[in-house]
Design a protein around this ligand. Structure first.
Ligand code: FAD
Length: 171
């Protein structure tokens, strides 16, 4: 999904941990997007190479089935693109290089990975170094796939450690 501030959506979310690591280590991350996944590059090149007639390039692309938002992204990301070379357009649409420079602020995050590593935890989610302190949910360093798994995992951890505390109390 293209927004006024960048890219978002399930696909990006699935790669967010990897992208976060690259942003941290290199200051940027490069991805390439297939903006026309339903068609092969050569077929797309043939489709775009049909005579433009009196159409402007934008109209020609639009009438060839390329949504304006896609051609705008290609223009933005492929600054060296020969605008009249339709095979180059096809390649750029099939593999549009996007440079990511930052993530949205923490306040807007749907989920975060916390700072407590799993190997610092006992099986009941108490800290190895402070066994009377328990950790649960996003304070632990883990990434869950989106789609309900975050809440499921957080609630399951809470359930598990709650029982562990009760067992200690009973014991
Ligand atoms: C907009 C949005 C949509 C989401 N949709 C989904 C979804 O559809 N499915 C899904 O699975 N997950 C979803 N999530 C993610 C999910 O809500 C979180 O993964 C989950 O709530 C994390 O639980 P948690 O207990 O680790 O942290 P939190 O729910 O953030 O709880 C931490 C609590 O600690 C409190 N706290 C913080 N600091 C202190 C302090 N110093 N002292 C005392 N208390 C403190 C906070 O006030 C908060 O109540 C969504 C998140 C957002 C923001």
């Amino acid at each position: 999904m293209l927004t006024k501030y960048g890219l978002e959506g399930g696909l990006l979310y699935a790669f967010s941990a990897e992208l976060r690591d690259q942003l941290q280590s290199k200051g940027h991350a490069k991805i390439s997007l297939d903006l026309m996944p339903d068609i092969q590059t050569d077929q797309l090149g043939q489709r775009l190479s049909k005579p433009k007639g009196r159409n402007s390039l934008s109209n020609h692309l639009r009438k060839s089935g390329i949504a304006p938002v896609k051609s705008a992204l290609v223009r933005d990301c492929c600054t060296n693109l020969d605008k009249d070379d339709m095979n180059a357009w096809a390649q750029a649409l099939k593999s549009c290089p996007v440079l990511l420079t930052d993530m949205r602020p923490m306040d807007e995050a749907i989920s975060t990975a916390g700072g407590v590593p799993f190997d610092e935890l006992n099986e009941d989610f108490s800290l190895k170094s402070y066994p009377n302190i328990f950790c649960s949910g996003e304070m632990i360093d883990w990434d869950a796939p989106t789609g309900g798994y975050l809440l499921t995992a957080c609630l399951s951890m809470g359930f598990h450690l709650g029982h562990a505390i009760l067992a200690r109390h009973d014991g």
